[in-house]
Design a protein around this ligand. Sequence first.
Ligand code: GLN
Length: 197
Amino acid sequence: MIGVLALQGDYEKHTRILKEINISFMEIRYPDQLNNIDGLIIPGGESTTMNDLMLRVNFHKPIIKFSQHKPIMGTCAGLIMMSKSIQNNEHIKPLGILDIEVNRNAYGRQLNSFMDIVNIEIEDQIHQAEVLFIRAPKINKIGNSVNIISKYQNEIVAVKSGIHFGFTFHPELNEITFLHHHIFSNKTKYHKENNAA
Ligand code: GLN
């Protein structure tokens, strides 16, 4: 069972991807629900708002604890929340799950949103995907524990750190399923076949 943090943002798009690849999921709104899941997705949205909603129900510590054993995938605002530090930030309290420093909305106004093809390396294979960047952050610095799995125009756009993954773009908005599949498919016991009868 995979959880999708459903406080704010495009969480519903992530649930659609999980449905498409037959991975069972639940929307997560309270910290105690983390006990019922094997992996977590922090969606895109607005990190300042997401942070406020997370603080309201004390989500930070339980998610950090969860990350010690179970995988977390973050897209865009989700990656910002997973970072260790945020440039020029007085407001958001990042989770520190990925040892990266990010700069929010770093592509500037004209480029607030764009779609392009990126190459993503998963288990020594390069996958091409056309993805959307929406008011995306840039990753300024990475620590030793972090592997770069995609670069776009010299910017780091996807990282892996142990069992955790962060993307500055939105695979969930272009019906890209292989990333969710790779990160979570063996983390859940539910498959459609098992449910066929
Ligand atoms: N700009 C947003 C933020 O800083 C992220 C945008 C997104 O998730 N697409 O939180």
